[in-house]
Design a protein around this ligand. Structure first.
Ligand SMILES: [Zn+2]
Ligand SMILES: [Zn+2]
Length: 141
């Protein structure tokens, strides 16, 4: 179980079941939303608890992105086309995520030139990722 909060503290999160490795995405939507690099930590909906002024933005036909309505801290991205979808949480909200290593990096060919992630984690370009996730056409030109 991990607990986290946004910058202002108005939103509190509790996640019972979660990954212990972080994923990175360089797609244009994630770049716009995050400001550069999108990092996420998967958490199961069972035992997930959020309280406070959570605002949900439907960012594509199949996913929402949530943020704190007071301070604007990003909270999660989640598929909205199925009930059992995991929460893709911002690892920086959780003190315990500080030591979690990177698991994978996608849309590597879209990465900002200033962002280079070292290590031997899995990597996929936009084409490599979308061929395995045919429903995803949410990336912007
Ligand atoms: Zn806040
Ligand atoms: Zn993305």
């Amino acid at each position: 179980m991990i607990e986290g909060r946004c910058l202002c503290g108005a939103v509190r999160l509790r996640v019972a079941e979660h990954e212990t490795r972080v994923e990175a995405c360089h797609c244009r939507m994630c770049q716009r939303w995050s400001g550069g690099l999108f990092l996420s930590l998967s958490g199961k909906p069972e035992g997930f608890h959020a309280e406070g002024p959570v605002v949900r933005h439907q960012s594509s036909e199949f996913a929402e992105r949530a943020f704190c309505g007071t301070c604007g801290s990003h909270l999660w991205m989640r598929d909205t086309d199925r009930e059992d979808a995991d929460y893709e949480l911002m690892p920086g909200l959780f003190d315990d995520a500080r030591g979690f290593p990177l698991r994978s990096e996608i849309y590597t060919d879209r990465a900002l030139a200033c962002v280079s992630l070292a290590g031997d984690h899995a990597r996929a370009t936009r084409a490599e990722y979308e061929v395995k996730n045919a429903h995803l056409t949410g990336d912007l030109p």
